[in-house]
Design a protein around this ligand. Sequence first.
Ligand SMILES: Nc1ncnc2c1ncn2[C@@H]1O[C@H](COP(=O)(O)OP(=O)(O)OP(=O)(O)O)[C@@H](O)[C@H]1O
Ligand SMILES: Nc1ncnc2c1ncn2[C@@H]1O[C@H](COP(=O)(O)OP(=O)(O)OP(=O)(O)O)[C@@H](O)[C@H]1O
Ligand SMILES: [Mg+2]
Ligand SMILES: [Mg+2]
Lengths: 252, 252
Amino acid sequence: RARKLAILNQKGGTGKTTTAVNLAAGLAERGFETLLIDTDAQGNVGASLGVKGDRSLYHVLVEGQDAADVAVPVRGSLDVITADATLAVAEVWLARLDQDRDRILAKRMGSAHRRYQFILLDCGPSLSLLNQNALTYADEVLIPVSCDYLALVGVKQVLKTLKDIERHLGHSVPIAGVLPTFYDARIRLAKEAVATLRGHFKDRLLDPIRRSTRLAEAPSHRQTIFEYDNSSTGAEDYRRLVERIVGSDRPA
Amino acid sequence: RARKLAILNQKGGTGKTTTAVNLAAGLAERGFETLLIDTDAQGNVGASLGVKGDRSLYHVLVEGQDAADVAVPVRGSLDVITADATLAVAEVWLARLDQDRDRILAKRMGSAHRRYQFILLDCGPSLSLLNQNALTYADEVLIPVSCDYLALVGVKQVLKTLKDIERHLGHSVPIAGVLPTFYDARIRLAKEAVATLRGHFKDRLLDPIRRSTRLAEAPSHRQTIFEYDNSSTGAEDYRRLVERIVGSDRPA
Ligand SMILES: Nc1ncnc2c1ncn2[C@@H]1O[C@H](COP(=O)(O)OP(=O)(O)OP(=O)(O)O)[C@@H](O)[C@H]1O
Ligand SMILES: Nc1ncnc2c1ncn2[C@@H]1O[C@H](COP(=O)(O)OP(=O)(O)OP(=O)(O)O)[C@@H](O)[C@H]1O
Ligand SMILES: [Mg+2]
Ligand SMILES: [Mg+2]
């Protein structure tokens, strides 16, 4: 059975897509059959890997097409379901349903988890029904948090969202880890952010991803960090994350 | 009559809130009566200025309360309408309306523009009905773009959104300016991003906001950049933006 991991933080620009793409690529490189689903209408997963499917998550969610047919193989052991601006229409469509509007994704994905060992969901920066669908489908969540004050403020809201899903939908989504991103040891604010997160999340705090221009350059070459510069700090940090996720069992 | 300026980019983390807060503060400092409206459920405007109104944009939009009653004075000549997570509920409420769901904000704000000379709207990172409402109410848009590849990719989507509003709602929102943010002259990617933007937007490209830790620290002190460190590059760059906005008339 696949481990289903949502990569989520409603704060914008915290490194969700960068984490989703490089974690998925790292898991595939280790030989795990991996599916990466873009649930964000920006469609940055496709932009980062240089893939534009003829169909997207919209076709799975709203038109009920089979996820296995819409998924596109992009690297060895890595398939992707892309997204584009039409997904924004799906949000309105979900809102106008009278029931189960939080569970549509879980219903549609059906047996897809049998083909894969890991299913990752790159979530958009919002408190949307699409993200509630992603959380109801996932069985654990990875929270990238950039090392700055407004992102720290945002973490409280992520925890509230998780509590709401558990209370109202009866679906518990344990935290696989909180991942500090854009870490720069020379900046006091970054060190304080990590210290605050460590105090709060203890052993669920993952080793930080350091700020690295190579990580920002890789998408412009439509490559993962491992393909673009395998010896960069970005590749090192994301490889460590892969090992940590592989090594840990699904959180309780 | 007030100039109504939406600060918008559906890409996350491009400096929208930082720009909205510091531009609003700079305009108020220059003596213009200014209203800053947070249209993002994250509520980062309130977090950045240390204000938590007892009511928010939700009360104006969904409950029809008077904007003038909900606005809170936070500095001399600067009032704020805050937001919080309940605004996410307003998105579903808007989606379930059968007509005019793009124009509710414009209807509700009514005569507020008579009290102010500038009304700024901090928009959240999404392609949402709330943002369509902000664009239908505004008469010009400022687009902060961080100097990285994925943000550049996102600008095409912003332009599409503006075209859609014009075509479907008959409301034209000219671009007051495109503002490069997180600019670091030592990084090639940043220089390339600005060159690409200049080629596309010509004289609507504004002078970049340089990456400056002081800008990231100011919100943790609930201060504007002018209050926190008036001699920083951040204060210099935002003061230049204020002069540029004041000096230019509403774009044609
Ligand atoms: N550790 C890092 N060091 C330097 N640049 C990074 C790092 N992580 C991500 N980036 C760059 O920062 C920008 C924002 O990252 P990304 O798009 O992954 O964030 P996001 O949370 O997915 O944003 P959104 O909220 O819009 O979905 C991108 O251009 C990315 O290439
Ligand atoms: N020029 C800058 N230099 C350094 N840090 C900055 C700069 N501009 C903004 N920041 C910091 O970067 C983070 C992101 O900025 P901000 O929250 O303003 O972006 P945003 O576009 O409003 O994000 P969202 O998409 O979540 O609404 C904040 O912590 C902010 O303090
Ligand atoms: Mg993203
Ligand atoms: Mg913001």
